[in-house]
Design a protein around this ligand. Structure first.
Ligand SMILES: Nc1ncnc2c1ncn2[C@@H]1O[C@H](COP(=O)(O)OP(=O)(O)OP(=O)(O)O)[C@@H](O)[C@H]1O
Ligand SMILES: [Mg+2]
Length: 249
């Protein structure tokens, strides 16, 4: 489980908290959605969960291990991150080398790297594209590659920070189907930061972040029922909840 207790973050030289007293849990096989207006602190929160940002207060633990300088590498392996712009994650000249990259960094034997890379390319339907430059892929394919390159390290958790926001709707659905598959088949625990209410509806719980605080939490159906409150926080609400006809048919 990823767990935060009273997580607080203040940027250096700033007097305002970007995160204050955030408590959340993501269990294995779970899908937790996080929504909030621009600047509410979503990205900062995700960056605290794998040590990219050091909290100024409270705690983060991953499977009971506190995030410290000593275990940060182990925790980063356990908590995979997928970012909004797939271009920023790409570092290799081919799809195959992009997937192998993380394993090479861990000094895994070459034979194992080859085996695991082949397996993951099959699993994510990237084998045919193995010699293609990642830069030549479509946006949806790039995110599929980014997820494959993280999954080859066998993380227990996956954090997606608005990973579908640059994609056309058909690719968005594809990425979401992939995330569902990882969760159901491999029991990966997922934290999904999203601006799309239809994605949040698939989660087992939905958290709303407003000015660095969790102001609503619960089953997506319950949270979206408070449509007016959510809209005041700048969070989009599905049409059927805005009209008050959710579950009517
Ligand atoms: N380096 C920095 N120094 C000071 N404040 C910062 C810094 N980086 C971000 N902030 C502020 O922290 C707050 C939270 O930013 P963050 O990027 O976490 O929000 P977000 O919810 O992810 O927004 P978005 O929807 O735009 O992705 C914002 O008010 C932002 O202006
Ligand atoms: Mg953000």
């Amino acid at each position: 489980m990823i767990e935060t207790k009273d997580l607080t973050y203040t940027f250096p030289l700033s007097s305002e908290n970007v995160l204050s007293g955030v408590n959340l849990k993501v269990e294995e096989g779970d899908l937790v959605a996080l929504m909030g207006a621009n600047g509410s602190g979503k990205t900062t929160l995700t960056r605290c969960l794998n040590g990219l940002v050091q909290p100024t207060g409270g705690s983060v633990t991953v499977d009971g291990h506190p995030l410290t300088q000593e275990n940060i590498r182990a925790i980063r392996r356990r908590v995979g991150m997928i970012f909004q712009d797939p271009n920023t994650a790409i570092t290799s000249p081919t799809v195959e080398r992009e997937i192998a990259f993380g394993l090479q960094n861990l000094s895994v034997p070459r034979r194992v790297i080859r085996e695991k890379t082949n397996m993951v390319m099959e699993q994510f339907h990237l084998t045919k594209l193995r010699h293609v430059s990642p830069m030549d892929l479509s946006g949806g394919e790039k995110q599929r590659l980014a997820i494959a390159a993280v999954m080859v390290l066998e993380p227990t958790y996956l954090i997606l920070d608005e990973a579908t926001s640059f994609l056309p709707s058909s690719s968005r659905k594809e990425v979401m189907a992939l995330v569902d598959q990882l969760r159901l088949e491999l029991k990966v625990g997922v934290l999904l930061v999203t601006q799309f209410p239809e994605e949040a509806l698939r989660a087992s719980s939905l958290l709303i972040l407003h000015k660095g605080q969790i102001v609503q939490r619960g089953k997506p159906d319950e949270v979206f029922s408070k449509a007016e409150a959510l809209e005041a926080y700048g969070v989009p609400v599905p049409l059927e909840y805005r009209l008050g006809i959710a579950g009517a048919n």
